[in-house]
Design a protein around this ligand. Sequence first.
Ligand SMILES: Nc1ncnc2c1ncn2[C@@H]1O[C@H](COP(=O)(O)OP(=O)(O)O)[C@@H](O)[C@H]1O
Ligand SMILES: [Mg+2]
Length: 572
Amino acid sequence: MSLRLRLLSIIIGVAAGISLLFTLLMIDDLAITWLDGSSELARSAAQQAKASLLARLGGKNAETMADTEQLWVKLAEQDAVLPELLEKEMARSQTIIEISIADAAGRVLSSSDPMRKQRALNSKPSLEALRQANAFARLTALLTGSSDFEVRLPIGVPQLQRPVFVIQVLVSPALLRDLLVPRIRSIALISCAILGVAILLSIWLSNIMLRNITRLGEEIDRIASGDAPPPRTDVPSREFALVQSKLNILGQQFRGFQSVLEKLEDAVLIFDASRRLVLCGNPAKRLLGAVETGRKLEELSFGAALAEVFQRKTAVQNMPLQNLLADVEFFPGGTIVRVRDPEGRKQLESELDLSNRLAAVQRLTGGVAHEIKNPLNSITLLLEVLKMKTPETVEELDVISEEVRRLDRVVRTFLEFSRPVELNRQPLDAFELLRDILKFLQPDAERRKIQVSLTGEAAMISADKDLLRQALLNIVMNAMEAMPGGGELRVSAAREGNDCVLRIQDSGTGIPPEKLGKIFQLYYTTKEHGSGIGLAQTFRAVQLHGGKIQVDSKKDLGTVFTIHIPILESVA
Ligand SMILES: Nc1ncnc2c1ncn2[C@@H]1O[C@H](COP(=O)(O)OP(=O)(O)O)[C@@H](O)[C@H]1O
Ligand SMILES: [Mg+2]
């Protein structure tokens, strides 16, 4: 049932209950007034009947009390005027339907109704008891009962313990009903009017309340999606403004929290108590594919695998999920699922390891290179001296000189590599940089019959332009060199999560798997005039930018180099 319907039915129910109660109270009040009036009338009718009876018997006594009683009973029974008096008395009231006089044994001696004579006095519920009963019993007896009610007046003499006569006045509630019906009708009319007003009021109220709730819902959706608040056209109420400002604070915290989630390597998903996904970062999308906040667990691709854990509500760790590992933890009001890629982590660890080792090696070898360079300088000088002293060995000495010069070149590039580099970072559009490089190499590509394409979008990074340019140039040149008979060179730049991803793909010779591990080594080359410096330089530049580089290659089909560099966070 919708909230509005529930609200309406509650308000209408309460209003209907109140008006029903109100109606019953009014009717009961009416009934009491009528009862009081009727018993007053009945009692006075009984008194009147008693007065008439005594007047008829006045002064007629026998010897003994028993004889007197017998005489009185006979007189009362035979009196022809008494029934007339009783009937007259009865006719004076609308509610009294019968007045009878009975003897001590309950036999009717005289009655307003001639048919009653000689019969036993009918015992009826007492009008007085009805007046004392609770409202519910009183109303059901009066409104639905068919029985009449009586008022009794016993008449006795001081010499006797028991009464000699009993006067019974019967009252019918039928007249009360006739009296009540129009009143009930008008009260019901008033109740209906109250009910109508209550319904209108509740529709109006629920509209106001639901409007605010809808607005708060929109506010929460906006926070979840991270949009800016829309311009306000109306002035919100004080309470609403208060809730809204609290929501805004919550929103800021939420966004802060979400950006933390984005930076995590693992995917963190938070579900609420009804198993609805309320929070997940980009890593979740990267690892698990299509996940969307607002979806139920059952609607997610991996939902079925987790359903049982959610059912049991016991925390699990390292649970296999697709080809990933998941930890599930429960907290009051929700569940946290943490998903990680064991493969990805291994790769990351090995990359970290490599760059650490590289730095350590550089620290060690820096000194060694210097130690080699100095003796090399001395050897060169001494060779020149030797050449002058022994001209007959000049040829051999020239060969040695050439070898020493080669050694010197190697040591120099090595020193170049070991030198700590200070990055001159600046905001840079990686797409623009690629376009620049391709333009520079265009003539070369045309000469080699290579078809070049560049796709993608602007992606801002913070980088040392010269260093990165050289790094990318090395890869593109390698790619072109790998396609001696022409081919296709595809270059792209794209944003993926928090990374700028650059891809350089050729359709060249490819790299055999056993050589893939070596290509980043300094001086490793398979080319006749290659230096083996290019990729080592590229690797170092990417590392210095906090990025990573991957290579994928298939023999005779080509090679793809993929470089990830963190996106420059916009300072908005
Ligand atoms: N796109 C590519 N296709 C095939 N082999 C490649 C590619 N890029 C690099 N290589 C291999 O990696 C080696 C190292 O490259 P690099 O460090 O640039 O040195 P160099 O280009 O001087 O040989 C190359 O000699 C080549 O064997
Ligand atoms: Mg090269």
